[in-house]
Design a protein around this ligand. Structure first.
Ligand SMILES: C[S@@+](CC[C@H](N)C(=O)[O-])C[C@H]1O[C@@H](n2cnc3c(N)ncnc32)[C@H](O)[C@@H]1O
Length: 227
């Protein structure tokens, strides 16, 4: 496999956070959802327990449960140290402090780890690297999500992003990307060219969401088919 686990810093969010980040309504969560770059988030596992349908895509699903768990344990301290060093870039209201952050993230990731092998058999976790084509037919899903992947890693470039979003829009009726910031917490330089590209054939909006953690990190990009 060309994808290197050593290049990944696994960090996973929960269903409650996904609902806030993507403004997922009670109606939305009953829809067919595809979630890209989902990594060790517990979104899929928690949604599955509520009998909702999420298919998660990520290259790390090609590794074993043990390999992913080891990598989580290996990198946890690094991420927590980086967050501590940049504490002033976050709003400590919903998440009160570093201890609560670590507890929340570890709970979410252990939830994922417990569900991973069952979810792989049930084809809820699909080993897939954007911008490659997926196995799904056109408009198979209602909503396609990207949390903390597209726009954030702006160094992947515009071409990578356009090809990735094209594939997401091929299989999903709409795409939601959160946040719209890059790794330096600045507005992603790819945001404007992406809006310009999709504005012509889709309804493109930036929406304020209910997620409060990273300063200025409360907005998502939505790209919807024109009804
Ligand atoms: C910061 S994590 C976000 C995890 C999760 N979405 C969340 O918000 O909790 C970014 C994820 O993107 C995945 N990733 C990296 N390159 C990718 C690619 N080319 N296609 C899809 N996912 C990718 C990584 O493996 C990692 O799990």
């Amino acid at each position: 496999m060309s994808y290197e686990l050593l290049s990944v810093v696994p960090w996973g969010r929960s269903l409650k956070e996904y609902k806030a980040m993507f403004k997922l309504t009670n109606e939305d969560i009953k829809k067919e959802i595809a979630s890209f770059g989902d990594g060790p988030a517990s979104f899929n596992s928690e949604m599955n327990k509520l009998k909702n349908n999420v298919t998660s895509f990520d290259p790390i699903y090609g590794f074993t449960k043990e390999q992913i768990l080891n990598r989580i344990i290996e990198t946890k301290e690094i991420v927590m140290k980086q967050t501590e060093e940049n504490k002033e870039n976050f709003i400590w209201t919903t998440i009160k402090n570093l201890e609560e952050l670590e507890k929340m993230r570890m709970e979410a990731m252990y939830n994922f780890i417990d569900d991973f092998e069952k979810g792989k058999v049930e084809k809820r976790y699909i080993t897939h690297e954007l911008p490659n084509k997926t196995i799904f037919h056109d408009k198979h899903f209602d909503i396609g999500l990207s949390s903390h992947f597209l726009l954030l890693y702006s160094n992947l470039g515009l071409d990578f992003h356009i090809k990735s979003i094209d594939e997401m829009l091929r299989i999903c009726n709409e795409v939601r990307i959160f946040p719209i910031l890059d790794l330096n917490a600045d507005e992603s330089s790819l945001l404007k060219p992406i809006i310009e590209k999709y504005n012509k054939s889709y309804v493109v909006e930036i929406e304020k969401t209910n997620y409060i953690f990273q300063k200025d990190g409360d907005k998502m990009l939505t790209i919807r088919r024109i009804p």
